[in-house]
Design a protein around this ligand. Structure first.
Ligand code: SAM
Length: 207
């Protein structure tokens, strides 16, 4: 079960009338797999003041191995990757995002939560992951970036997955072109979960 607590905005300049616009910061708490995870976030990243519902639906649907390597593609401030790493301490979790602020926050959140089995790095899709292979690649994909980003994300997954590894994406209802693309690339796609207007799709790499 996942519980998300009300977030509390904080800022060292919260009570001062600064003319320069400082990024507003947020504290978010997420309960997952028996762990309470404290996250810092900030203006300038996706779903800055709460864990996105699509992210929660994806997190609930992931069937995680005890060991192996997984990739959180487009990690934002790290809610998914950190929750996964906390709940499976023997898994190696790689978290990537193209937004440097998101990566900075994800690294802070790794520290805050004393996670030793996750790393966050800046990468445009798979550009910094050469030589890596994963058991699972999961993502709440950047729909705002469009198919020009999401289609290469799906195509790249086939290369960066181990044999029998899977790609798991959460999508809002209506985005049919994305599961179609998953089917085209992997020759299979299944709907593994649906809740509150979100659907989770899985494709498996087979020979
Ligand atoms: C929908 S958000 C999900 C963020 C986070 N996983 C969550 O669930 O809160 C998609 C993320 O993908 C990142 N992104 C967009 N284009 C990317 C790219 N080319 N490579 C890697 N990450 C990208 C965005 O910066 C954003 O953080």
């Amino acid at each position: 079960m996942i519980l998300v607590h009300e977030n509390v905005p904080f800022s060292p300049h919260y009570f001062t009338k600064s003319k320069t616009k400082k990024p507003r910061k947020y504290n978010i708490t997420l309960d997952f797999g028996g762990h309470t995870i404290s996250l810092v976030s900030s203006s300038g990243v996706f779903s800055k003041d709460h864990v996105d519902l699509g992210t929660l639906v994806l997190l609930e649907s992931l069937v995680l191995p005890e060991e192996g390597e997984v990739l959180d593609m487009g990690c934002g401030y790290g809610a998914l990757g950190i929750a996964v790493a906390k709940s499976r301490p023997k898994l190696k979790v790689t978290m990537v995002d193209v937004n440097p602020l998101a990566v900075k926050l994800a690294r802070e959140n790794i520290e805050i939560n004393q996670v030793t089995n996750a790393t966050a790095l800046r990468s445009d899709l798979y550009s910094q992951l050469k030589g890596k292979k994963f058991d699972i690649i999961f993502s709440n994909p950047p729909l705002a970036a469009g198919y020009k980003t999401i289609f290469p994300m799906i195509e790249g997954a086939k290369f960066f997955l181990k044999e029998s590894g899977c790609l798991v994406l959460v999508l809002r209802k209506g985005t049919n072109a994305i599961p179609r693309k998953m089917k085209e690339v992997f020759n299979n796609v299944s709907l593994i979960s649906r809740r509150s207007g979100y659907k989770v799709f899985l494709s498996r790499k087979t020979t």
